[in-house]
Structures are given as structure tokens and as C-alpha cells.
Design a protein around this ligand. Structure first.
Ligand SMILES: [Mn+2]
Length: 358
């Protein structure tokens, strides 16, 4: 298990590399060029600049999250080929600075979706919350609420310029069914995976968050069956997964430890976080401790341990603690993610010592 931490870059994150250095066990930084919108060229100089910042503090640059996929690729427009060419150009450049895994998603219109960013928990902390009943037919309301909650921070997948064209985007996806979206993903993978094999970069698709269709948009990475279909579509180890227990765990039907045991050879990046799912289907993000939520986190770690998992891990999101929500990115505070790192490593180390933590 190779522990990493997502960092949004200098002047774009209230947490610094020097903060991260003091969290025990963190080996690598999960990074990106966060000012780039999907389909834009990544210049080598910019890539090198961020990679140098990361390595100068002793961290690995091996994981990039994300290189976003342009909507034209997901919709399957003729212009997709030129955007795939740009994507391939970015893959080749990232290989030159030691990148080994690229996390990406294939969700139409929206990246992750929540209805509240700072929902209070019983202990007085707060966290990202999804209320099913608050998802109406009109996504505009939710978009406005998220953008307002994000405050000064930009959020990946929630670019205001792009979401200003929401009606247009929805119209473009109008005839994109689940099968069509899957076909467009397959087309994309068939073009990029040979390049990934050549430069030794593994693609790791992130599951849909939450793990069901919303606003009538199709979702194709949400269950054992849908994941198997994607892995079979291009049967190469370079076509792999980011296994996110928070996203997949939003649907209690997903047996997470069983899925890890089944797919571990194709999991290149593990997002381990806990969610508490309520009976009505609402869910809230909670501490990493297994007992605090619906995800059996120790069993998840055990599934990785028993399969000799050597891939990258990050604590994904955390609650906002001790008032830090005033300054931090939603879901990306310092304290709870640092506690999460220690919990995950604690379980792992105990297993390694043969104490059989349950
Ligand atoms: Mn995740």
C-alpha cells in the first residue's frame, strides 16, 4: 500500500507540501494542472514545474488526478478524435516526469454530486452530504448551491464557465444512452491504451459518484457488473480502476471487500473513505473509522492486504474539523484526512504484524 495525498498546487490549496511532509507514511502527491479545462493542451514546462515542486520535498509524482475527458469524447461527436489526440499528448508528457497512474472519470455533465457541502454531524464537525429528495428535475438549483458553497475555490468538474452552458450540455447528451456512453468509453480506451502500454502509464477510471443515474444522465461505473464490462472492453492491465469506497459505497448493494478481492489485479489506485448511508438512501461522509459509517473499512484494507496490494492509496475525502471549513476545499481539509491516513496505516501495519485486526 503506497500512501498518497491529493494536493491542488501552490496558491490553489490551503495545505502546503510542508504540512503534508509531517503526516506519517505519505509517500506521494496526487496532483494535476487544476487550471486546465478538459481538452486543453498541457505544456511540458508547466508539468515539469509542478513535478519539480513535488520531488523537491521528497514526494513521488506517480499519480495524476485527473486528466479530465472532454464532453465531445463522452458524447461521441466527430470532434472527439482531436481531443483524444490531445489526451494522448498529455499521457506522453506525463510519462516523462514519472507518472504511473492517471485517475479519470467518464461521468456526463457533472463530476461528483452532493446537495450540501457542510452538513453538520452529531459531533459538531461537518461534511459533504447527499439528500435524495433534494435532487429535483432541475439541476440548476444544485449547481448554484455547490458553486456558492465552494466559495473562492475552483472545483474539478464544476467549472462555472462550463456549467453556465448547462442547458446546452444537457441537450448535447439528450440521446446518449447508457450503451452509447459505454461505446464512447470503449472507443476512447481503444485509442489510448496502446499508448499507455508503450509509456507504462495505467489508466484508472473513477466510479460514478453517487453510484446511480441522476437527472436522467447515464452512469456506467457503478457496480460489479458495470465495472466488469469496462475491464473486458479493453482487456489490458493498463485499463484499470480507481476503486473508490465512498462512491461505490453510496449503494449498499455493492459488496466492497468482495469487489476488491475480485478486481485487485486491475485496481491501480484506491480511494478509501467512509460514508454513512441512511435508510432513505441519503448519505453523509464520516470518519474513516469503520464503526462510524456503512463501509467496513478494516475489511476493505484487509482485502487489499490479503491480495498483496502494491498500488497507490489515498484517504480521499474527510470531514471538516475544528472550523477549518472556512479555509479549506470542500472535502479536502487537513485534519480528518490526516487522521484517515493514520487509521488506514494502523490497520495495514497491524495486519502486517499478524495481529489480525478485525
Ligand atoms: Mn473517490
Amino acid at each position: 500500500m503506497n500512501m498518497t495525498w491529493r494536493w491542488y498546487g501552490e496558491n490553489n490549496d490551503n495545505i502546503t507540501l510542508d504540512h503534508i511532509r509531517q503526516i506519517p507514511g505519505v509517500m506521494g502527491i496526487v496532483w494535476s494542472l487544476h487550471d486546465k479545462v478538459a481538452g486543453e493542451v498541457w505544456e511540458m514546462e508547466r508539468i515539469q514545474e509542478v513535478a519539480d515542486q513535488i520531488t523537491s520535498k521528497g514526494f513521488s509524482t506517480a499519480v495524476v488526478e485527473s486528466v479530465n475527458v472532454h464532453d465531445d469524447i463522452k458524447i461521441g461527436l466527430p470532434s472527439r478524435d482531436q481531443y483524444i489526440d490531445i489526451y494522448i499528448d498529455t499521457i506522453r508528457k506525463l510519462a516523462k516526469v514519472g507518472v504511473k497512474v492517471i485517475c479519470y472519470n467518464f461521468m456526463p455533465v457533472f463530476d461528483w454530486t452532493r446537495t450540501e457541502l457542510y452538513k453538520e454531524l452529531p459531533d459538531g464537525s461537518n461534511a459533504l452530504f447527499y439528500e435524495k429528495a433534494a435532487i429535483t428535475d432541475d439541476p440548476r438549483q444544485m449547481v448554484d448551491r455547490i458553486l456558492e458553497g465552494a466559495g473562492k475555490f475552483t472545483m474539478p468538474g464544476w467549472e462555472p464557465e462550463r456549467l453556465a452552458r448547462l442547458d446546452e450540455l444537457f441537450a448535447a447528451y439528450a440521446d446518449v444512452t447508457e450503451d452509447k456512453l459505454f461505446g464512447n468509453l470503449k472507443y476512447f480506451l481503444e485509442r489510448i491504451i496502446p499508448v499507455c502500454e508503450e509509456v507504462d502509464i495505467k489508466m484508472a477510471i473513477h466510479p460514478d459518484d453517487p453510484a446511480w443515474p441522476i437527472f436522467g444522465l447515464p452512469r456506467i461505473v457503478r457496480s460489479r457488473e458495470t465495472i466488469q464490462r469496462i475491464l473486458d472492453a479493453v482487456n489490458s492491465p493498463y485499463n484499470g480502476l480507481t476503486f473508490c469506497t465512498g462512491s461505490l459505497g453510496s449503494n449498499p448493494e455493492n459488496d466492497l471487500p468482495a469487489m476488491i478481492r475480485e478486481f485487485h489485479n486491475r485496481i491501480h489506485f484506491a480511494h478509501i473513505r467512509n460514508v454513512k448511508v441512511f435508510e432513505n438512501g441519503d448519505f453523509i461522509e464520516v470518519s474513516h473509522r469503520g464503526k462510524d459509517g456503512s463501509v467496513d473499512v478494516p475489511e476493505v484494507v484487509r482485502a487489499y492486504y490479503e491480495n498483496g496490494y502494491q498500488g497507490y492509496v489515498r484517504p480521499d475525502h474527510g470531514r471538516h474539523l475544528w472550523g477549518e471549513e472556512k479555509n479549506c476545499r470542500p472535502g479536502y481539509g487537513l485534519y480528518d484526512r490526516a487522521l484517515g491516513v493514520m487509521y488506514l496505516l494502523g490497520v495495514w501495519d497491524s495486519l502486517a504484524q499478524g495481529k489480525g485486526v478485525k
